[in-house]
Design a protein around this ligand. Structure first.
Ligand SMILES: Nc1nc2c(c(=O)[nH]1)N[C@H]1C(S)=C(S)[C@@H](COP(=O)(O)OP(=O)(O)OC[C@H]3O[C@@H](n4cnc5c(=O)[nH]c(N)nc54)[C@H](O)[C@@H]3O)O[C@H]1N2
Ligand SMILES: Nc1nc2c(c(=O)[nH]1)N[C@H]1C(S)=C(S)[C@@H](COP(=O)(O)OP(=O)(O)OC[C@H]3O[C@@H](n4cnc5c(=O)[nH]c(N)nc54)[C@H](O)[C@@H]3O)O[C@H]1N2
Ligand SMILES: [Mo]
Length: 774
């Protein structure tokens, strides 16, 4: 069968809703479960790749940032890695005929699914001011257009440089250099919408915004608490690590409003809440928490730990650790002992017995790991919640010893590396000093725009050039309608991309699409085939080598394109030889080795078979690089999510067949959804209370301060065993509902897991295709 693009968009009319699955498929499910649409994209080109994913000498899977074990299996990847690789390695191309057939505005009612299925972008494209078409353009001309715009700015802060977490360390390093040589720290990135809360909280509490464990710690742990994360879908290889930990005797506790397959097995939906009678697939205990209740839960567990110490002094807390390494214990203790248990019950919807049992398990364990992802980071009180995770760990010295630690599980495969390389709007002065010294210029010092502030600045007309190194900001950011109208106000928007998405359809007055190589492809430069480097969730850095022929000879590597833009813009200003960095990435890595802490001898270290692990103070030597030189036990005010009567708290999340804004298929196998995405999951008793029925078409109204309601119409209500008072819908569609100003305190991450909504019987039936967005 020759691969064919899907010619039509989908409607939800054929949606099938069945019972959710009770367990996740293992590696065996990899090929047969890959959806026909994705298989159609050309498994042939992909087959060779499957044996090279995450292998030494192979390439790093771009599906997530889960670390590689030391002993890699033949198939060191998962079903969703398979989908990501097939999606990228498709032989389908967006040919010139496509652009003759389609004006840009005619693509506006296409979904992300349809856009992605059109195939790979293969040549640079230009939309002139006033035109409704993309037309092919040469690379040099494209670079010159960007250079002219950048050089014409009144101030460098009128440019912003967005990054998505798939960019390699080499490309990311050059990209932040481009921004800073221009004179701006406007480096918003996907991390602003993702683990920013983690970075903010952990940097304050323990002096580093990264995981404090190594891969092997999972197997040494006694208790692993997985909070706000759906590994069965988003980090499937983590299930192997959890399984191994369990075989070594670890207890696993899942904290989640949804009984996610792979995390827990539940046979009897009546008994889904709370402790389950018999052992389950992965989790021994499942705490079905209310959305946003984690901070209260963590404080309640800490309170029980402190009370146990009071009953048996000297037996529960790790006093020696606290005295030697921590600040703030006394005020924390005084504060937590006052905790109001009724408030905890309200916030968590958990019983005291459930919380007691978690506290008992925590006290009984010598080595505890707490993992978390978006269910924790995308709330108003996320930063304080993560500080409470750290507090709980510190009480019993669970940081900086084998089998214990804090483990944020990252999203994009190199999102952590991009930050290490300087893609951040607030890099510390020490980094900027080193960068300036290496390249002979004075980097700007004032902080730049993050993603949310970037949209605000676009909306005010303050950003004249918006560039995206990968990603799909308009699909990913909150408040879609506002974000799209903001983007239209910029003068030039530029996307370095592999495939089409919403951010190519909604543009500035003038726009460029620059097609780039994916990680699967051979990157040939003057000095020969080049490798790039990436960093995983546990700070391990290694090389990734492209394997297959590039999709077209006209496509360039991200590194080459960024350096090409810089060369066109600056010439040899500051004496930086951008072209030499394209010819041989060793030149970039030499610069990295002199600028980025922990990356000394970067070329040599990344050529080692296993790469190397970046230094990590808390993990390696219980060193905490905070202002006080100690880990901070912090005191934080509880502020549960306020949900007025008759409203629900809605979370926006991923289906099993998507990668962020990339939709592989319309199915969400584990949750029992087929051929549709316009659904809202609600507890059956809540549906009944609201006078709604399972399967009914509803309008979803999002309420935010005194702003007019944001609305999605014609969604199908699905009765689902989520926590009471909570609802769930898929991102990116539901981004329309997330108010731009509804963000986490301190980190400014959109509160995508806490949207206050009202459901009403729909004015349009479900299944009319693209929902009406008001
Ligand atoms: N296949 C695939 N893999 C991916 C991605 C993908 O889209 N597809 N995305 C990548 C990226 S960038 C990221 S950041 C990660 C995301 O990985 P996840 O964080 O697992 O992604 P989400 O789908 O947002 O799921 C959030 C989970 O947290 C739960 N949750 C929501 N709110 C709360 C809460 O208040 N408390 C608790 N305890 N739980 C809550 C939800 O029920 C859900 O299980 O995955 C990465 N890997
Ligand atoms: N409501 C809601 N919103 C969310 C979230 C949520 O849970 N709920 N999650 C947030 C999170 S955690 C994240 S990380 C962001 C994601 O935000 P982004 O990282 O901006 O979005 P992606 O969907 O990962 O980007 C996909 C696009 O990247 C391009 N691409 C893919 N591979 C490559 C490559 O190798 N190189 C280049 N140059 N381009 C490539 C393709 O064109 C593809 O269309 O979304 C956030 N938005
Ligand atoms: Mo993410």
């Amino acid at each position: 069968m020759s691969p064919k693009p899907l010619r039509d968009d989908f409607s939800d009319a054929d949606i099938e809703v069945t019972k959710p699955k009770t367990y996740a498929a293992g590696i065996g499910g990899v090929f047969h479960s890959m959806e026909p649409a994705i298989t159609q994209m050309g498994l042939a080109r992909t087959a060779k790749l499957m044996t090279k994913i995450n292998h030494k000498g192979g390439f790093d899977c771009m599906s997530c940032a889960w670390p590689d074990p030391d002993h890699r299996k033949i198939a060191e990847f998962c079903e969703n890695g398979g989908k990501a690789v097939t999606w990228e390695a498709t032989p389908l191309k967006v040919e010139r005929s496509f652009w003759q057939e389609h004006t840009i505005s005619s693509l506006e009612d296409k979904t992300e699914y349809w856009l992605g299925m059109q195939g790979r972008l293969i040549e640079p494209l230009h939309k002139a001011k006033g035109s409704d078409r993309y037309e092919p353009i040469g690379w040099d001309r494209a670079y010159q257009i960007i250079a002219d715009h950048l050089n014409a700015l009144d101030h460098p802060d009128e440019a912003a440089f967005y990054t998505s977490g798939r960019a390699s360390n080499e490309a990311a390093f050059l990209y932040q250099l481009l921004a800073r040589v221009l004179g701006t720290n406007n480096l918003p990135d996907c991390s602003n919408m993702c683990h920013e809360s983690t970075g903010t909280a952990m940097s304050y509490s323990v002096g580093i915004g990264k995981s404090t464990i190594a891969y092997n710690d999972f197997a040494k742990s006694d208790l692993i608490i997985v909070m706000g994360q759906n590994p069965g879908t988003n980090h499937p290889r983590m299930l192997t690590a959890l399984q191994e930990a369990k075989e070594n005797g670890a207890r696993i506790v899942a904290v989640n409003p949804l009984p996610e397959a792979g995390l827990i097995g539940y046979k009897d939906p009546q008994r889904v809440r709370g402790y389950l009678g018999k052992p389950t697939e992965i989790a021994d205990d499942f705490l079905q928490i209310r959305l946003g209740g984690d901070m209260a839960l963590l404080q309640a567990v800490s309170k029980r730990v402190l009370e146990a110490e009071q009953r048996a002094p000297g037996t529960v807390l790790d006093r020696a650790f606290i005295d030697e390494h921590c600040d703030g214990f006394d005020s924390f203790e005084a504060h937590i002992l006052q905790l109001d248990e009724r408030e905890v019950e309200q916030a968590t919807a958990l019983s005291r017995a459930e919380i007691d049992a978690l506290a008992d398990a925590y006290i009984a364990a010598d080595r505890v790991i707490i993992c978390w992802a978006m269910g924790i980071t995308q709330h108003r009180k996320s930063v304080d919640t993560i500080k409470e995770i750290i507090n709980l760990l510190l009480l019993r010295g669970n940081i900086g010893k084998p089998g214990a630690g804090a483990s944020p599980i990252r999203g994009h495969s190199n999102v952590q590396g991009d930050r290490t390389m300087g893609v951040w709007e607030q890099m510390p002065d020490s980094f900027l000093d080193a960068l300036g010294e290496e390249f002979g210029f004075e980097p700007p010092r004032s902080h730049g725009l993050d993603a949310v502030h970037g949209i605000r600045a676009l909306d005010r007309g303050e950003v004249k050039v918006w560039m995206g190194l990968g990603g799909n900001l308009l699909g990913a950011i909150s408040d879609t309608n506002l974000a799209e109208s903001a983007m239209r106000k910029t003068k030039l928007s530029v996307q370095l991309s592999t495939k089409l998405n919403r951010s190519h359809v909604i543009t500035g007055e003038e726009a460029l699409i620059l097609p780039v190589l994916g990680r699967t492809e051979v990157d040939m430069q003057a000095a020969g085939p080049q490798y790039v480097t990436v960093e995983d969730s546990v700070c391990a850095v290694h090389a990734s080598h492209g394997q297959i022929e590039p999709i077209a000879s006209t496509v360039r590597s991200e590194t080459a394109v960024v350096a090409g833009i810089a060369h066109a813009t600056f010439g040899d200003r500051h004496g930086i030889d951008w072209l030499a960095m394209i010819d041989d990435y060793d030149v970039i890595r030499d610069h990295i080795s002199r600028v980025v802490p922990g990356c000394e001898d970067y070329n040599a270290k990344t050529r080692q078979r296993d790469g190397f692990v970046l230094p990590n103070g808390p993990r390696d030597e219980r060193r905490f690089d905070t202002e006080t030189g100690k880990a901070r036990i912090t005191t934080n005010e509880l502020e549960p999510v306020h949900c007025p009567p008759g409203r629900l708290i809605l979370q926006t999340m991923r289906s099993h067949d998507q990668f962020n804004t990339t939709i592989y298929s319309l199915n969400d196998r584990y949750r029992g959804i087929k051929k549709g995405r316009y659904v809202v999951f609600v507890h059956p008793d809540d549906l009944a209370d609201l006078g709604l029925e399972d399967g009914q078409s509803v309008d979803i109204f999002s309420e935010w301060k005194d702003e007019p309601d944001r609305v999605l119409r014609g969604f199908r209500a699905v009765a689902y065993p989520t926590a009471r008072g909570c609802a769930a819908a898929y991102f990116p569609e539901a981004n329309v509902l997330v108010p731009l100003d509804s963000t986490a305190l301190e980190s400014n991450t959109p509160a995508s897991k806490a949207v206050i909504v009202r459901l009403e019987p729909a004015s349009v039936p479900a299944g009319v295709g693209r929902p009406v967005v008001v």
